[in-house]
Design a protein around this ligand. Structure first.
Ligand code: 0K2
Ligand code: SF4
Length: 316
């Protein structure tokens, strides 16, 4: 039986960013250096496949530091942690390695500097997301106000409208955040902030690639986890860029084949925490049913790389 033709538009860049790559390497190198078990506070990155693979090698994933014993190393996830977490680990004389992405740490430092200059902080982010919790937790409780939407900007109650600064989560929608920043600047003309926002290069590039790819495709799949902020944003960006069906899949077994009936093209991308082998698994699932031609839609070339902490590069 001949298979129907299908064009697979493959977004580039997609998948792992430099911060995710570094965070996973930190867990692998910690396991090599100290042996199992190594504890990891929170999923190192939001991907079940990655977490399961590291668990098989001896990593133990917990949500809070008090679930870790004093005498085993602990790693903090790529999303960052409130200041209280390394402080508690130090007080217990634990070995800890911070796998917070350097681009998230940069935001932590920004928040700290504004605070030291006497500015009250506004964080644009998603309530309860570990990165937002971590960034807000760089300053004393109550010093950072959270806004999630343009509507929140209208009601946020500040100490002094002329002594304000803002920071953002790194994995937000570029377009939604621009609207929120504009609303903040309209209400508080003297607010201080980064040049645009703190959304990282990887988030920005993946959203740009989706914007170029989505209008061409009859449907679009984002390989990523339901708790991955940047992956969920890619689904929204795809839908807004004109793709009628944009869906998140963790892997090939999640594909809803009935919803895809009649398509002649599909766009595929992957969130910053989704491994390339899961992208290949999804493409292979299409090859089983279709005569697939892959066309890359490339909007940027990335060459960012972050070093792992020195403690892991030194011999035991
Ligand atoms: O996109 P999220 O912040 O939810 O996180 P992941 O899916 O784990 O992606 C890595 C980004 C981590 C920090 O920016
Ligand atoms: Fe770092 Fe951006 Fe990757 Fe987050 S998405 S880990 S901020 S490079």
């Amino acid at each position: 039986m001949t298979k129907p033709p299908l064009t697979v538009y493959l977004a580039a860049p997609r998948g792992f960013c430099a911060g995710v790559d570094r965070a996973i390497k930190i867990v692998e190198m910690a396991l090599e250096k100290w042996g199992a078990p190594v504890y990891v506070r929170h999923e190192i990155v939001h991907n079940k496949y990655v977490v399961d693979g590291l668990r098989d090698k001896g990593a133990v994933f917990v949500e809070e530091l008090d679930q870790c014993p004093d005498d085993r190393p602990v790693i903090f996830s790529a999303h960052g942690v409130p200041k209280s977490v390394p402080a508690a680990a130090a007080a217990r004389e634990m070995i800890y390695v911070d796998a917070t992405c350097p681009l998230v740490s940069k935001v932590h430092i920004e928040a700290q500097r504004h605070h030291e200059r006497g500015l009250q902080m506004i964080m644009i982010g998603h309530e309860g997301h570990p990165e937002t919790v971590g960034t807000m937790g760089q300053l004393p409780a109550g010093e950072v106000l959270l806004v999630e939407t343009v509507e929140d900007v209208a009601t946020v109650e500040v100490r002094d409208p002329d002594k304000l600064a803002f920071v953002t989560q790194t994995t937000l929608s570029v377009d939604d955040t621009a609207d929120i920043v504009a609303a903040l600047q309209a209400r508080f003309p003297n607010i201080v902030g980064p040049h645009k926002e703190d959304i990282c290069y990887a988030t920005t590039n993946r959203q740009e690639a989706v914007k170029a790819m989505a209008p061409k495709a009859d449907a679009m799949l984002v390989v990523g986890a339901p708790n991955s902020s940047n992956s969920k944003r890619l689904v929204e960006v795809g839908a807004r860029a004109g793709c009628d069906y944009a869906q998140l899949v963790q892997r090939a077994s999640d594909i809803d084949w009935r919803a895809l009936e009649g398509i002649s093209s599909i766009g595929i991308t992957a969130g910053a925490s989704a491994p390339e082998n899961l992208v290949n698994e999804v493409i292979d699932a299409f090859r089983d049913k279709y005569d697939v031609t892959v066309e890359q839609v490339e909007t940027a070339v990335e060459n960012v790389e972050f070093k792992v902490p020195r403690v892991l590069r030194e011999p035991a």
